[in-house]
Every structure is written in C-alpha cells, then in structure tokens.
Write a new protein. Sequence first.
Lengths: 115, 121
Amino acid sequence: EPEVTQTPSHQVTQMGQEVILRCVPISNHLYFYWYRQILGQKVEFLVSFYNNEISEKSEIFDDQFSVERPDGSNFTLKIRSTKLEDSAMYFCASSATSGRYNEQFFGPGTRLTVL
Amino acid sequence: AQKITQTQPGMFVQEKEAVTLDCTYDTSDPSYGLFWYKQPSSGEMIFLIYQGSYDQQNATEGRYSLNFQKARKSANLVISASQLGDSAMYFCAMREGRGGTGGTSYGKLTFGQGTILTVHP
C-alpha cells in the first residue's frame, strides 16, 4: 500500500540553525500539507501546496518557514532560523484529486528538537 | 472560538465493550467534511472514518461508526467491541469549503484537542 514517507525521523538542532524536513508524498497525489504537533497538544495546520504554489497557510507559517517541491517526488519544509518553540512533531500529508473521501494520508512524522 | 471541540481528555473502556468519543464542531459553511484519525503511541496518524455534511446516512467503517447529528453539530465516534490495540489518541478534524461531497478536496484539516482512549483487559 502506498504511503507518505518522511526523513529524518528525528532531528536535533541548535537554536538559530536552519533545518530542512523532507517528505515523499504518495506518487499520484497532488495536494500536499505540513502540520505540526507540539508535544501533548493538538495537530496544527501549517501550509498546503498545490500546483507548485502555496494554497493556504496559517499564522504559524511566517517568513521563517518555506516549502518547496524541488523535484517530482520530494516536498520539503525549511525553517530558516529555528527557535525553541519550533520543537514539535512535523507531519507531512498528501491527498488525491479524486476519491471517495479525499482523505489526507499522513507520514510518520519528524520529531524536531531545538536546543 | 474553537472549531472542533473534544471535551473528553481521557476515556477508559473495558475490552469488548463499545465506547463513544465526543466531537462537536462549529462552522458556517454548509459544505464540510468530518474526519477521525487515530494516533497510537508510535505517533503516526491513521485515518479511520469520514462523514460529509451532505451525507444522508451515518458513516460506518468496520468497528467504527459515526453518530452524526447535524443540527447539534456533533460527530461522535463509536468504537464497537473495543480491542487492546484501540488504545491510542483519537482526533476529530474538519475540512471546510465548497464542494458537493462536503468540503473542498484540498482544504486544510482543523483538529480537536484529542481524546486518549485506554482499553482495559
């Protein structure tokens, strides 16, 4: 069964450093998303991406964040200068253009720890 | 105002019993979709069940069913015959937007705070 993959599974970085979180969405999906979940809290939407551009972004997704689809398979989230409060689990998700529910399929997540 | 509210931080159920996890939502959009996801301790998010705002019948998927009460804006998840493997965090989520099936096909999901379900043997 096709699945969303994310690398790395855990990233530790120093405050102020840049990080890139990588995702490979399901191959025939065209809508991509990033969410984050601070430990013990609810999952929060960051950004959605379609047709090589951002469809929607949340207030969390400020100019420290960027997304890119550098090739036909990867979808990346970059945080330019990490802050302590960026420590969270980051989930990538993708969905199809058609289907019964167009549910979003989530990757296993990348746990980002900012020291 | 919260768009998705899950008022039960934790629930306990005996194995083989049924359990209901509550979810209420708030939207002015006539077209929306409601989702339930399961998050085991390993952390991944697993899609369980979907209900569209225009669906006439309550959704069912195996042991999962959705008690959808549109006028009350509630979409409670019912798990029948609980199993030990059902112990996890459960999130209710909503996708808003125009679309005949309930929400756009690409809209963001707005999640509730989650309910931790513990199944006792």
